[in-house]
Design a protein around this ligand. Structure first.
Ligand SMILES: Cc1cc2nc3c(=O)[nH]c(=O)nc-3n(C[C@H](O)[C@H](O)[C@H](O)COP(=O)(O)OP(=O)(O)OC[C@H]3O[C@@H](n4cnc5c(N)ncnc54)[C@H](O)[C@@H]3O)c2cc1C
Length: 450
């Protein structure tokens, strides 16, 4: 694939939700600048974005997350009500909670008046087909699952279609002149080619004394797996789980690590009954207008309803004992990412089902349809990272919630490129960029994690 130029003002590595939202906002705010988006895969959003459950929520304990996700959801709503189908469907999140989380979650989630959230009594969930709130028996004993004593319902929560969201940002950015290239893998970010920079010839490393000369040590060339390269004014690294493979070799610390998350599609009679559930009732006894919500169990496993395809997806992330990092190595000459190959049917049986079946015994009888896996870029405090150094703007650490925060993050990347200290998110929140940085980080850590 040949590029139309040999130098771009901005090269964005990664055409997932974060890279494309960044390209879109950069193209709107920096008219006249040449922008290239490059991705090793075949089309927009084919990395973890496409493999994701693509749920969206504004119910977070952290005010940072509430702003990043809440303002992004507001943007998605406005785009969809303007006639572009993003597959946005706000059918609600239902946390089914054990005693030790109930009061904590209620107070965390309700401390902000802007969040549409309400407590759920056990009686409000009575009608949920197949639900067992007080698991007993051998499996429940073994797993030591707690009883469900109540819940929390967020109504400004639901899902988008990730491929539609990626396509929207891609097409809009293209309309503003952004060039996008697929099937081209960036193998190295290189310091070579910068003005008056001297490099050690073996490692192409800048000598340390030059770091103290303002703006001299910058990445200025992007090298590809086909042997070609392009000059870049600034490189936006939005390479998701694979970012460290580009950043580690150049001494840029991302503070994130890739972890796997898997989804398993199930169907059958019991699944159909759950999908037809009208949702938890409200104080007046009315059921949810949008029917069966997204359900989060006390064990952390979750159930996504897909009403049109008559399936549910069970989801769970890697924890103790599961290796951090990606299977794919870009130095092997390309990204051979295949979400279906990362789905481990055995993991469903050995790890996920024991956390679901005590509450929904009927789902053990459900028909297995398929399973797949992707990565999320784990951040210890549950907030993204945005850092600018060496002519790079790095964005990552989505913590499994990058789709729902993509628009806000894209705005922050554009603001960072323009050297701004703060910017306005879609719904008007003023956000200070340094909150997400490595050196000046001052975020409120997240407590309502999935
Ligand atoms: C199973 C699962 C469920 C999830 N559920 C949710 C959810 O419900 N809600 C939510 O908000 N988030 C969810 N996430 C997380 C979400 O997928 C991520 O937050 C989001 O996709 C991050 O977007 P990204 O653009 O950073 O990453 P990606 O979409 O992975 O994009 C990175 C891109 O960079 C490209 N790339 C990487 N390295 C190179 C290179 N060297 N050269 C060229 N291209 C390169 C890749 O091909 C890829 O397309 C889930 C993730 C998984 C795996």
């Amino acid at each position: 694939v040949t590029l139309s130029r040999d130098r771009y003002d901005i090269v964005v590595v990664g055409a997932g939700a974060l890279g494309l939202a960044s390209a879109y906002h950069l193209s709107r705010e920096c008219t006249g600048e040449t922008i290239l988006v490059v991705d090793a895969l075949k089309g927009p959003g084919e990395g973890s974005t496409g493999a994701s459950a693509a749920m969206v929520r504004d119910v977070f304990s952290s005010s940072d997350n509430r702003s990043l996700a809440g303002d992004s959801i507001a943007f998605y709503r406005s785009i969809q009500s303007g006639g572009v189908d993003l597959g946005l469907d706000l059918y609600g999140y239902l946390w089914m909670l054990p005693q030790d989380l109930l009061h904590r979650y209620h107070s965390l989630a309700t401390k902000n008046q802007r969040i549409a959230v309400r407590p759920i009594q056990l009686a409000d969930m009575d009608s949920c087909p197949g639900l067992n709130i007080a698991p007993s028996g051998e499996l429940a004993e073994l797993v030591k699952v707690p009883d469900i004593v109540g819940g929390l319902f967020g109504s400004n929560c639901g899902a988008v279609a990730p491929e539609k969201l990626a396509r929207f940002y891609h097409d809009e950015a293209a309309g503003f002149g952004v060039e996008t290239v697929f099937g081209k893998c960036v193998t190295r970010l290189s310091f070579e080619g910068g003005d008056s920079l001297t490099l050690d010839s073996a490692g192409q490393r800048p000598f340390s004394y030059q770091e103290h000369i303002p703006d001299r040590v910058r990445i200025s060339r992007v090298r590809f797996d086909d042997g070609t390269s392009v000059a870049a004014g600034t490189v936006i690294v939005a390479a998701g789980a694979w970012a460290n493979q580009l950043l580690d070799p150049i001494g840029f610390a991302s503070w994130c690590s890739a972890r796997r998350r898997q989804l398993f599609a199930l169907g059958g009679t019991d699944v159909e009954a759950l999908l037809d559930w009208s949702g938890p009732t409200d104080a007046s006894g009315n059921s949810s207008p949008r029917g069966c919500p997204f359900i989060i169990l006390p064990t952390g496993a979750y159930i996504k309803p897909l009403k049109s395809s008559r399936r549910i997806w069970l989801g769970f992330s890697d924890h103790a004992g599961r290796r951090i990092g990606t299977e794919e190595r870009i130095e092997d000459g390309g990204l051979t990412y295949n979400p279906l190959a990362l789905g481990e049917k055995e993991f469903l049986a050995t790890d996920v089902m024991p956390m679901v079946a005590p509450y929904f015994p009927c789902l053990e009888r459900a028909n297995y349809v398929s399973g797949w896996g992707g990565y999320f870029n784990y951040s210890p405090d549950g907030l993204p990272w945005l850092e600018q150094e060496y002519g790079i703007v790095f964005v990552g650490g989505d913590s499994g919630s990058g789709v729902m925060k993509a628009d806000s993050i894209g705005r922050l990347v554009a603001a960072s490129y323009r050297g701004k200290k703060q910017t306005s998110l879609f719904a008007g929140t003023t956000y200070d960029l340094s909150r997400l940085s490595v050196k000046h980080r001052h975020v409120e850590p997240e407590e309502i994690n999935l």
